[in-house]
Design a binder for this molecule. Structure first.
Ligand code: SAH
Ligand code: SF4
Length: 362
């Protein structure tokens, strides 16, 4: 087995991997005055421009820092939607150049960044482009934080939300993800509530999350109202079936006093019937009321490895109405940035860097 297949991180410490004690020691060893530490830290996390362009740090020091601690991410493809409000990056990450994606969604008064937590994903969900391609390696905390910082450099609006909804299963890379959450909270200044961890239902990780001190938001990718169907879409459901996933979600909700979001990728003729909506409402009834559940219906994004399509809008609205009537806050997600493939795992497949056929029909 190679180091990569073991999921090890690249060896060199990158700029957003460096912690404050290491930066302090490094600057001291270079004979820099102590106040430089705060200046550099501020330039890294609070200024919306690359360190190379930051005028608050002397040019010589910027160059030395760049040599000592390189950036982890090299842009390979950068796309902006026609309205300019959605941007997407395909990066080569680390010394092994694994391909990962980041999406920036801007709104009039704020912005959201969608980050990847792994290169690829081992979970193999049938409808997901990332799952279709398999696992490559875990990302480091620095690689995750750098995605947010570099996307924020392209946004006039302050980044107020970070969602772990890009490539990878965040709770399968717990320590790095949590390291990134802490840095995003403490150093980038994000409210923990505005950091959403989306999981396919890795139960031990969900329980661990319930015990953390920072109250992040949890989203659970449910996608089916019974185990029989979920088993065919999400292989890990055989290990952590719906009842266990919901029990862990309830533990999180009780510990945090927070509403849990359930994601539901709507696939025509598979999981979109009114009967299935009723069944889902019954399944989630324990989450009704205070604390509660939010159901987010996501129209299926087409991927080359899965034959399903998204239902007509009316069908998804009907599904949502049934859940609303049963007492759940429900939304149908607007497809954002479809013209730049700003959906989970899709830019990489399209780029063809990965051996996938870029011309394959969708
Ligand atoms: N691994 C985590 C987070 C990344 S995926 C998880 O599965 O929750 C983010 C969301 O996009 C998940 O809800 C996932 O199920 C959904 N998703 C994946 N592929 C999709 C597709 N082709 N169409 C719509 N949603 C998709
Ligand atoms: Fe992995 Fe999430 Fe895609 Fe499933 S949906 S394969 S868990 S990224």
């Amino acid at each position: 087995m190679t180091a990569v297949s073991l999921g090890r991180s690249p060896t060199r410490t990158t700029l957003y991997e460096v912690d404050l004690p290491t930066l302090t020691d490094t600057l001291a060893s270079w004979g820099e005055p102590r106040y430089r530490v705060g200046q550099v830290w501020n330039a890294l996390y609070r200024q919306h421009r690359p360190l190379a362009e930051s005028t608050s740090v002397p040019a010589g020091l910027r160059t030395r820092l760049a040599d000592e601690f390189p950036l982890a991410l090299t842009p390979k493809v950068e796309q902006h939607a026609a309205d300019g409000m959605t941007s997407k990056w395909l990066w080569g990450a680390g010394t092994d150049g694994r391909e990962i994606e980041t999406v920036l969604m801007r709104y009039p008064d704020r912005a959201t960044v969608c980050v990847s937590s792994q290169a690829g994903c081992a979970m193999g969900c049938t409808f997901c482009a990332t799952g279709q391609e398999g696992f490559e390696r875990h990302l480091t905390a620095g690689e995750i934080v750098e995605q947010v910082v570099r996307a924020a450099q392209h946004s006039e609006q302050r980044v107020g939300n970070v969602v772990f909804m890009g490539m990878g299963e965040p709770l399968a890379n717990y320590d790095a993800v949590w390291g990134a959450v802490e840095r995003l909270h403490r150093d980038v200044g994000l409210s923990a509530r505005h950091i959403t961890i989306s999981t396919v239902g890795v139960v031990p990780g969900m329980r661990r999350l319930a015990r953390e001190t920072l109250p992040v938001t949890l989203a659970v990718s449910l996608h089916a109202p019974d185990d029989e169907l979920r088993n065919t879409m999400i292989p890990i459901n055989k290990r952590y079936p719906i009842a266990e996933v919901l029990d862990a979600a309830a533990e999180f909700s009780a510990a945090r006093g927070r509403r849990v979001t359930f994601e539901y990728a709507s696939i025509e003729g598979v999981n979109d019937s009114p009967e299935q909506a009723e069944k889902l409402a019954k399944l989630l009834r324990g989450f009704r009321g205070k604390g509660g559940a939010h159901v987010n219906i996501i129209p299926l994004n087409p991927t080359s490895g899965f034959a399903g399509t998204q239902p007509p809008p009316g069908r998804m609205l009907r599904f949502a109405e049934i859940l609303e009537a049963a007492g759940f806050a429900t939304s149908v997600r607007r497809n954002r940035g479809v013209d730049i493939d700003a959906a989970c795992g899709q830019l990489r497949s399209r780029s063809g860097h990965d051996g996938a056929d870029p011309e394959s029909p969708e």
